[in-house]
Design a protein around this ligand. Sequence first.
Ligand code: F3S
Length: 294
Amino acid sequence: MKIRIAEYCGFCYGVKRAVDMAYKLAEANESSGTLGPLIHNPQLIEDLNTKGVPCRESLDEFQAGETVVFRSHGVGPDVYEAAHAKNLTILDATCPNVKAAQKKGQALAEAGYLPVIIGEKNHPEVKSIVQWAGKHAIVIECIKDIGNVPLADKYGVLIQTTFELAKFEEILAALQKERSGEYKIEKTICLATSQRQKAALKLADEVDAFVVIGGRNSANTRHLYELVAEHCKRAYHIETASELNEEMFKNCQNIGITAGASTPDRIIKEAIRVMENMESFESMLEQSLEDAHV
Ligand code: F3S
């Protein structure tokens, strides 16, 4: 049997940056914590916790002088103000792509546009963009939400960085049809998600079984799994290598592997190591993890 790794898989640039910042902080041995889980991966959150950077749910749990890490999804301006007021040191791990979307939202509102954010209402990144885009900003996540968009002369459209491009285009076309006016469209979408999806789909058609690795609370990992499962009958979503067994790969020749944007390398490598050690595998890694764009 042969293991094949998707060309793009695992940590995206913004998540890698945030994780590196948090581990550097852990090495510095300062009293600190992340505001909310740094990424959607329980194993990494636990590891950071044991290294002295625990996850805290609110700024109330921080004491003056401590360091607070803002995660890659970003936070609103009021959170920066509250952290300063508490005399906390801010380690800002907001992904630069998210930061750009926040700034564009703010600029659109200041220029008199009605900010319309196309994305998931409850996603932390979208919530942070809304806070920068001001009180009139509105989020739509499907065509039926367009009815909630107030009439305006000028609409400024932004997209959740991880939103699906095709879905965005469909919603935007319907919005422009139902709400006429001037439009300024900021394509704040990030390529990392679509690269991972395309690479997984390409591989899914060529393998007998597919393992998608990542936290069950990670939306992008779950989405990868759903896409793969549509093309490969034996698709498995695992969080760690402990969930793997030989039965999963019975009579399979080629096994595909991918991982969500919040899955650490060491978890992917561990899964590969366990699979290679299964009797039926011949340790034929077609592409090493180092060669893949992880
Ligand atoms: Fe940033 Fe894109 Fe990752 S917005 S956090 S690089 S998915």
